[in-house]
Design a protein around this ligand. Sequence first.
Ligand SMILES: Cc1ncc(COP(=O)(O)O)c(C=O)c1O
Length: 401
Amino acid sequence: MNKARIVDNPESLNHAGSARPMPAIESKLPRVGTTIFTVMSALAAERGAVNLGQGFPDFECDPALVDAVAGAMRAGHNQYPPMTGLPVLRQAIASKIAALYGRSYNADTEITVTAGATQAILTAILAVVREGDEVIVLEPAYDSYIPNILLAGGKPVTVPLSASFRIDWPAVQAAISPRTRAILINSPHNPSGTTLTRADLNQLGAVAREHDLFVISDEVYEHMVFDGQAHESVCRVPELAERSFVVSSFGKTYHVTGWKVAYCAAPAAMTAEFRKVHQFNVFTVNTPVQHGLAAFMQDPAPYLDLPAFYQHKRDLFRAGLASTRFRLLPCEGTYFQVVDYSAMSDLPEAEFAQWLTTEIGVAAIPLSAFYDQPREQGLVRFCFAKRDETLKLALERLARL
Ligand SMILES: Cc1ncc(COP(=O)(O)O)c(C=O)c1O
């Protein structure tokens, strides 16, 4: 009779009980290591530095949102929700998009609730990118895009943004080949803080139509656009909306990055493919959080007030930096401020960020981290999604420079 056996080190035994090597791991992502965000956050904690590196708020969300989620848990909403997201939340999302951008998505067939924007972007890529397909990525870029494309068997084709971090449309045109399947865009843009204009959307529409491309539009900072400007969502332009996966994140909008709940809006045929991948990846997303968000979304004030809330922080931070030798790049949106430090140091960006953390006590992220082939421009990114006291403490320390 076969007897169950406890194997202390399962790697070391085969079915006959003799030693044999494990199958070799051939990494699908051989160049991926620990991200700079994790490294800088750990260094900031170790050195007691003010962490303006990783992008997350150091303040609490609205207590009413916590109450709504806790209430949903107490009311027994603790089992699997529908695979595509709670109908009441999908409807609230569709209503918001219609009110803000004038595009009417069908909540049943065109909106899917996801476990963060990161999952939505991966899911969209897995849904449409086939082996050998090329995908245009504009650099600097959020760090998950390229690994996502590689996991789908696709080929990332990077196109640098201009020196002022605008899209270089002739360079995009030149990078397109018969194998190009999709283009990834991100506005407001992490890390540069620039935003796309209506003229950019028109160019994007022309390129996408001419080459029959899907658009994956990362709009997680949609409610952080400053100086009275409007967010130019791709869903404002019908011919773009028809070929776009539009992704946004409740984590950014409601100061709850740890909840990891987001959504993807896309035409029904694209959503059907998206959901095939979603179904066998995460399947469903946290039920009580979805109930809480649906209730909280009934009041638009929290996201309508967000530009003013963050513009105050941007202005406070920029005013404090004005007396330093940092050169401030424009910040039109997001909660990031990029600065040029070349007047004070010729250290490479990663070393400068480490020095700033250990010697000055303020953590930042080197821009080189957002490029596939790191480049040195003398730039680092600060996150100003912090309490005013935190920003003031960071500014006091940076004033020493
Ligand atoms: C541009 C961009 N896209 C996506 C994400 C991920 O969002 P989520 O936390 O909802 O996965 C982030 C988070 O920093 C981001 O900056």
